[in-house]
Design a protein around this ligand. Structure first.
Ligand SMILES: C[S@@+](CC[C@H](N)C(=O)[O-])C[C@H]1O[C@@H](n2cnc3c(N)ncnc32)[C@H](O)[C@@H]1O
Length: 248
């Protein structure tokens, strides 16, 4: 069980990060082509629209907005009120019906969903396996859809070299790189995957939590468009690998 101080620290981090989060291309699509690439990647992983979709750790709403735009009814859950405020502002600007609930990842709503989805959340949970288990009660006959990138300890040696090159190129160009701050030592100590989670470990985790028949797919269309729009010399090092895991 996570201590309430850990959860409060994490909530404060994301409340403070909300203002800058969407400016980073890896966090949030920046061009119509990037939105189109994400729609193309996600549509085949979802049931036919309209379905009922729960987005956990929805943040400023990237997944929620893509999926609502594809005609699904989305409920978005997040710990941070500031992240969710951005989500709801964008949803209403685009006339997309997304229900936002401020809650923890293991406090799923009582309704039934066809899909539980999440991107870039599991690394920041004190008990990711417990959360994955809790999500099964929200979609007992539905599917899980995880969208992830390979970073940190999840990287292969080749990924690491490219990531280093990208970091260097961004530093030389004085481009914004990530978040307003680092997670502190006290938070990372409480999180088993704060250093990154490999696709192999994530598949194990999904199965241990009781989800069946995971299918892993690299989202090359998204990587391709993100890579085309990178500035030189960052483009030389390509993009972070992006992938999805679907399970029943
Ligand atoms: C890296 S952001 C990802 C946001 C969004 N899913 C995306 O793909 O852009 C992580 C999000 O998880 C949320 N979060 C962190 N811990 C959480 C928890 N225990 N329960 C619910 N949300 C949490 C944060 O507030 C933040 O919005």
């Amino acid at each position: 069980m996570a201590s309430s101080e850990t959860i409060d620290r994490i909530r404060s981090f994301w409340d403070a990060d909300a203002a800058g989060y969407d400016k980073i291309p890896g966090h949030y699509p920046q061009t119509p082509a990037q939105w189109a690439a994400w729609r193309g990647a996600l549509e085949p992983l979802l049931p036919p629209a309209p379905s009922r979709v729960l987005d956990v750790g929805a943040g400023t709403g990237f997944l929620s907005l893509v999926v609502a735009g594809l005609g699904h009814a989305v409920t978005a859950v997040d710990l941070s009120g500031q992240m969710l405020a951005r989500l709801t502002a964008k949803a209403s600007a685009h006339q997309l019906a997304v229900t936002a609930i401020q809650a923890g990842a293991d406090e799923v709503p009582r309704e039934r969903f066809d899909v539980v989805m999440s991107r870039h959340l599991l690394w920041t949970l004190p008990d990711p396996e417990g959360a994955l288990r809790a999500w099964r009660t929200a979609a007992p006959a539905g599917r899980l859809l995880l969208v992830e990138s390979v970073w940190g300890e999840g990287q292969s040696a080749a990924d690491r070299i490219c990531a280093h090159g990208r970091r260097l190129a961004r530093r030389l160009a004085a481009a914004p790189t990530g978040h307003h701050a680092e997670y502190g030592e006290a938070s990372t100590r409480a999180l088993p995957f704060a250093g990154g989670l490999s696709p192999e470990r994530l598949v194990d985790l999904v199965q241990r939590a009781g989800w069946q028949t995971p299918r892993l797919r690299r989202l090359t269309g998204v990587e391709w468009i993100l890579g085309r729009q990178l500035p030189w010399p960052e483009r030389l090092f390509g993009t972070q690998p992006v992938y999805a895991i679907r399970a029943d």
